[in-house]
Design a protein around this ligand. Structure first.
Ligand SMILES: [Zn+2]
Length: 355
């Protein structure tokens, strides 16, 4: 029996075809309708319906590029099931290059939303009734906030076996067993028993090739794990891919000043190790920021101007730090051959740093 068409926003997408659909979510006060563009790749054969979405925080743009590269992947030709690709969820924020909506609300705190609520509430409501209601699995793509660079990592509630399976298949070096934040897309999906993982990598308003390439690989790996695309014949010996963090901790600046980072993203840190130096502009006083725990650096602040109390480094703790280090080594090795040669270094000294 032929597979039924996929219906969304009153449009039917036939099996074996793909289509870009504009889902109307709101009206601007110019009276112009506002749409979220969605691409549906509807396979000929039955299977999971996977939503991959980016830029629910409008300035987190790595995910937009990840979705684009997934959509041009040739493995989609033989898709089993359906891919629902939503590169830009927060259209307002994306246009304005900001995390938030015009009323300064965070769309990722507006779920489940309501038909007659604030703009964020209405977008959340339409997103879940028009799109999320049709899907069986979700990958939500994020980056660090502005000036904060996240190590590629998966955040997921691992108590659901299907979510844990997706998290593991994605194979980011670090998995954080992260609680659900009220109002987030992830919390809503989880409440509806839709397995959902969040990929975090890079920083807002910047592209990072390693983060993007590893995100694309991760999404394709999840699709293979869910049998949406054919399995890869691999003869490579299994190596340590991901390590689940036991917990994580933000390290804050204990004085105001100008910061020089010492510790790098992905680096193994021992308790008591120096993470950064903070000095006043005259050089009269200088204080080290010391790590309160051992772990792996999973986020760094790239802005050297810090106020007392500001979060500077995010450290993930592990029961077996050595295993986490192995996962980081594997990640570095595997990404070396993945990063496209066509990507030219922005700065002439990028090449220098590699040596
Ligand atoms: Zn985000």
């Amino acid at each position: 029996m032929a597979r039924a068409p996929f219906e969304i926003a009153g449009i039917e997408v036939q099996p074996g075809t793909r289509q870009t659909i504009e889902v109307q979510v709101a009206k601007l006060y110019t009276h112009t309708p506002l749409h979220i563009p969605v691409e549906i790749v509807h396979g000929r054969r039955d299977g999971p319906v996977l939503m991959v979405c980016g830029a629910i925080h409008g300035d987190e743009i790595n995910g937009v590029e990840i979705v684009r590269r997934v959509l041009i992947n040739t493995a989609l030709r033989n898709l089993r099931g359906t891919l629902v690709a939503v590169p830009i969820v927060n259209i307002f924020g994306f246009v304005q290059r900001t995390r938030y909506l015009p009323d300064r609300r965070d769309l990722n705190r507006c779920f489940p939303g309501s038909e007659s609520g604030s703009l964020g509430g209405r977008i959340a409501y339409l997103l879940r009734t028009q799109i999320m209601e049709h899907v069986t699995h979700i990958i939500d793509l994020h980056t660090g906030a502005i000036h904060r660079f996240n190590l590629p990592q998966i955040r997921a509630e691992l108590k659901s076996p299907e979510t844990a399976r997706m998290a593991e298949a994605f194979a980011a070096p670090i998995i954080i067993n992260a609680g659900l934040r009220e109002g987030s897309l992830r919390a809503y999906a989880d409440s509806q028993n839709i397995p959902v993982i969040t990929y975090e990598g890079g920083e807002a308003l910047r592209f990072d090739e390693v983060v993007i390439a590893s995100g694309v690989k991760g999404v394709m790996r999840v699709m293979r794990e869910l049998k949406m695309t054919p399995a890869k014949k691999s003869v490579k010996p299994p190596r340590k891919r991901s390590e689940v963090a036991a917990s994580s901790q933000w390290v804050r600046a204990d004085i105001d000043g100008i910061m020089r980072p010492v510790a790098k993203l992905g680096q193994k840190i021992r308790k008591g190790q120096k993470l950064a130096m903070v000095a006043d502009p005259f050089g009269a006083s200088e204080t080290a920021i010391i790590s309160p725990c051992s772990g792996i650096v999973i986020c760094v602040n790239n802005l050297p101007l810090v106020n007392e109390g500001e979060a500077i480094y995010h450290i993930a703790r592990f029961d077996e730090l050595g295993e986490a280090e192995k996962a980081m080594d594997y990640f570095r090795d595997s990404m070396e051959s993945e990063v496209s040669e066509a990507v030219l270094p922005v700065h002439p000294w990028d090449e220098l740093q590699k040596q």
